[in-house]
Ligand binder design. Sequence first.
Ligand SMILES: *Cc1c(COP(=O)(O)O)cnc(C)c1O
Length: 482
Amino acid sequence: MKLIYERSVKGRKGYSLPPDEFEEINICDMIPEYAISKEKKNLPEVSEVDVVRHFTNLSRLNYGVDTGFYPLGSCTMKYNPKINEKLSTLDSFMYAHPCSDTKLVQGSLEVMYELEQYLKEITGMERFALSPSAGAHGELTGVLIMRKYFEDKGEKRHKMIIPDSAHGTNPASSAMAGFEVVEVRSNGRGTIDIEHLSSLMDEDTAGIMITNPNTVGLFEEEILSICKIIHDKGGLVYYDGANLNALLGIVRPADTGVDIVHLNLHKTFSTPHGGGGPGAGAVGVKKHLEEFLPAPLVSECNGVYCFEFPRKSIGRMRAFSGNFPVLLKAYAWILSVGREGLRNVSQASIINANYILARLKPYYRPSYDRFCMHECVLTGRDYKEYGVKTLDIAKRLMDYGFHPPTIYFPHFAPFAQETMMVEPTESESKDTIDEFIDTMIKITEEAKEFPDILRSAPHNTPVRRLDEARAARVPILKLEEK
Ligand SMILES: *Cc1c(COP(=O)(O)O)cnc(C)c1O
C-alpha cells in the first residue's frame, strides 16, 4: 500500500471549478500580510477517488469493537449503541453556545441535572460534578478535593496510600496534587493486605485511593474494614470507579463507605473509549465534601435550572461544563437501558468473565483461582517450557481475528507471571465468547507443536511483529509492500 504522498502526481486535482471570472483580482491583496503563508506546502495532488480509497483503506487497517471481539482487560471495550452518537449530535444540543444565557439552554442544563440524579442513584453519592473530562482528570479532581478538605480543617496531611495493584493514574494524580505516595501490598488472594494497611495509616495520611473491583477484577471483600481503618484516623477514601461495569444495580459504592468516587462515563456509559477521544470522569462526593466540588454544578433555582458555584470550590477543572456530548450519551444510555437493564449489564459482564475463566482455567492457569468480577486474570506461564511467551499467544490471536487481551498486567505478585487480563463485557454473545475460547485452546496446541508459528505471529495483519520499544521511539510510518 502506498502513502498518499507517493500517489501524488503533479497537477492532478480532486475538483473542477467553473472558469475564473475575476482573473484581474489577486486574492493575496485581500488577505492580511501576516496570514499569507510564505513557504509552499507539500500537499499531495490526487483525484477524488484517490482520496476516498486512501481513507477507506486506512479505516480497514484498524481494529475496533465494530470489527470484532476486543477483550482488553481494564478497558471495558464494549459496544456502544450508535443511536446515542446520533442523539449527541442533535442540532439543538450541538449548536448551543456554552456562554448562552441559561434561560436559552434550559434543555441542556436539564440533561446534566437529570444525569446527576441518575448517577447519584447508581452510586449513592450526594452530589456530582460532571466537568472533569477523563478518569485521570476525575482522580486529580478528587485528590484536590481531599487536599482542600484538610486545608480547610487546618490539618497537614501529606501522604496518600495506594495499593500495588492500582491503575498507574492513581499514584500520578496523587503526586500531581502534592501527595507522597505510600504503597500498600496485595495479599495472596489479590486484594489489599489489611494488616499492612493498618500499619501504614496514620494522621499524616490523607487517605487511600482504591479501585473496586480492583484492577485484577476482584471485589475487595474487606472494603468495610478498609474504610474503617482510614476513617478511624480521620482520613478519606477515594474510590476509582472506572470499573463500574461490574457493580451497576448490584453495589452502591457509597454504601461501602467511600467518600469520593469518579466514574468513567466513557467506559461504562456509552462513549467509545480508546484512542484518546473525549471522555467524562464525573466526580461524586458525600455531603461533607459537597462545598469543595469543582464549578460549575447544575442546580434547580426557583423552578429553572442554573449553574452553581460551590462555596469552597477547588475551582474549575476545565472550561464550561466539560465534554457535554459524552454526558448526553450517558444520559441517553441510562434511560434506554433502564433500572433492570443496568443490573443486567453488570450481571452479564460478570457471568461472561467467569465463563471464560472456567473454560480456560485448565489451559491457562489463573493467577487467582476464585470467582472474578467483570474480568479475569489468566497466565500463559505453562507454555514457557515450549519457548512461547504470553506475548506470542497474544500476537497469534490477531491471526484469528481477535484483539489480544491486556498482557503482563498485573505484574506485582510472584504468581502473576505471563499474565493476561480478559474483559469480555456484556456486549458479547456466548457464540463469540466460545469462538474466542476455542481459539485460545487451539493456540495452546500450536504452542506445543509449532512454537515457531507463535513466535513469529501475527502473519495475517497489515504489519507483522513489531519491536514495540523501538516502534515507540523510532516510528516508521511507511507500510511494508504486500
Ligand atoms: C481507565 C482507568 C483509569 C483512567 O481513565 P482515563 O479516562 O483513561 O484517564 C483510571 N483507573 C482505572 C481503574 C481505569 O481502568
